[in-house]
Design a protein around this ligand. Structure first.
Ligand SMILES: [Zn+2]
Length: 481
């Protein structure tokens, strides 16, 4: 743990990027057995689940699949430290004064914003976190690969002359994965990295003003927010400079679509480094310096693409679900953990020469942004987290869906935890506060509708939390140039 651990990891990850697929396979196998041993030795849940299985020899596919519901119902036995209890961690996370502190002085915890059922609670320790930070550095995409010597050179330069500056626009104010990871940098980071996090809960004009007052080497956000910022940049309101060395725009947490890719390229003349991950396994795949497809970090995780029945899906096709095995987190072992992401392996090799397999590109466009009419013409892009952020914190609501029902009207459908309770006033107040904080109270009307259940999307079977019935305005681009 600590500085030597993370530096060692960075160099071993840089080495792995130049290894052969067979060497990666051996490294993964070693890490996999070590994880299984730790899980069986210290997690009562896994000890029971793997009874009768030879964990020294069994193939991954012999192990039972675990889903979020099972994990959350058995949380206290699932983790490998008996002091970690779901109820206590929830309570601890509820106290905003604990933000930035470590639970029991050694753990960080975050909640996922799942689309169905209870949100997952995820715990990492410093050891697991070191892998995340090391991978963020070692798997940082550059058009030309960077050698270990160049990495040291860049670090020295940052230490002695100007710190490397990362500007992030993220969901803040709660245990959200991306901002939580950013809030717990390795101990030595501050000497050569300046990390600036802006909250996307602030009015857009305010975020733009702050970004205009600074410059950065890396801009990091969600694709939906990058789309908003790219439009601001193209319209000239935002003048954010992304400087060398290592000038990067990185996206995470949501699928990056081709339209966002193109818009960002137009705004800054740069390609986006895409990241695929989740709270359960923060970094599963990242794009390389070719910026075409994402490479699965198969030295750090298993990513199995399966169909609805759990059968493996051939390369070149997308599946219905993904089974994640995070090889670096021994506190809360995620082994064949099911998530409902839609992805698949590509059959085309990448010309960069990395030994890691690549994923199929994401298709379609982002329809998660609401465009509302601006007085005097044009549109304001509103990130749906503006509304959803505060709702996630509401314990009285079980499920919800936010629908843009008119250009300047949203309807919030919700299922209360207790059907007999009348929580309409509270729900309305939370939504109206979000809208007012975004400076949109005079323009956007909110309707709330209490329902028994939220219908699932007939195609994917999943619930969509954000839907725009009015879509992207047809004349949006005429206001862009
Ligand atoms: Zn590549």
């Amino acid at each position: 743990m600590g500085v030597p651990h993370i530096i060692g990891l960075i160099f071993s990850m840089l080495r792995a990027s130049r290894a052969t697929p067979e060497q990666i396979e051996r490294l993964r196998e070693k890490r996999f057995r070590r994880l299984l041993r730790a899980a069986v030795a210290r997690s009562p849940f896994y000890r029971n689940l793997y009874k009768g299985i030879d964990i020294e020899r069994c193939p991954l596919s012999d192990l039972p699949v675990v889903d979020k519901k099972t994990m959350m119902e058995n949380f206290d036995e699932f983790v490998t430290d008996s002091r970690l209890r779901k109820a206590d961690i929830h309570q601890w996370l509820g106290n905003k004064n604990n933000y930035g502190k470590m639970y029991l002085e050694k753990y960080i915890a975050f909640k996922t914003s799942g689309t169905t059922g209870e949100n997952a609670l995820v715990v990492y320790d410093r050891h697991a976190l070191d892998y995340v930070h090391a991978a963020l550095i070692a798997r940082h995409a550059q058009p030309e690969p960077i050698t270990a010597a160049q990495t040291i050179n860049l670090i020295l330069k940052a230490l002695l002359t100007k710190r490397f500056s990362i500007t992030a626009v993220l969901m803040t104010g709660g245990p959200y994965p991306a901002s939580t990871i950013a809030a717990y940098p390795p101990p030595f980071y501050n000497y050569f990295v300046k990390y600036e996090v802006h909250s996307l809960l602030e009015p857009l004009s305010q975020i733009v003003r702050k970004l205009n007052a600074s410059s950065c080497n890396e801009l990091y956000s969600y694709p939906t927010m990058l789309e908003i910022l790219a439009r601001e940049q193209l319209e000239g309101r935002l003048q954010l400079k992304i400087e060398q060395p290592l000038a990067t725009i990185a996206s995470a947490s949501e699928p990056l679509t081709d339209s966002v890719r193109k818009l960002v390229q137009k705004a800054w003349g740069m390609k986006i480094q895409d990241t695929y991950g989740s709270a359960e396994c923060f970094l599963m795949a990242r794009s390389c310096g070719r910026f075409e497809r994402m490479h699965v970090m198969s030295d750090l995780c298993f990513l199995e693409v399966v169909d609805r029945q759990g059968r493996p899906v051939p390369d070149g096709q997308t599946g219905d679900k993904v089974l994640i095995t995070n090889l670096c987190n021994y506190v809360q072992p995620f082994i064949r953990y099911e998530v409902s992401d839609v992805t698949g392996y590509s059959v085309q090799p990448c010309s960069c020469g990395q030994p890691f397999p690549t994923l199929l590109p994401v298709e379609g466009r982002t329809d998660d942004i609401f465009y509302v009419e601006r007085p005097g013409g044009g549109y304001d892009a509103v990130h749906p987290y503006l509304f959803l952020g505060p709702i996630v914190e509401m314990s009285q609501v079980r499920e919800y869906q936010l629908v843009q029902t008119g250009r300047n009207e949203v309807t919030f459908y919700y299922v209360p935890v207790n059907p007999a309770a009348h929580v309409e006033n509270e729900v309305r107040k939370v939504l109206e506060t979000g809208i007012s904080n975004a400076g949109l109270s005079d323009r956007v009307t909110v309707k709330t509708v209490c329902v028994k259940s939220i219908p699932r999307d007939h195609r994917s079977g999943k619930m969509r939390q954000i839907i725009s019935q009015v879509g992207v305005p047809g004349d949006l681009d005429t206001y862009q140039d």
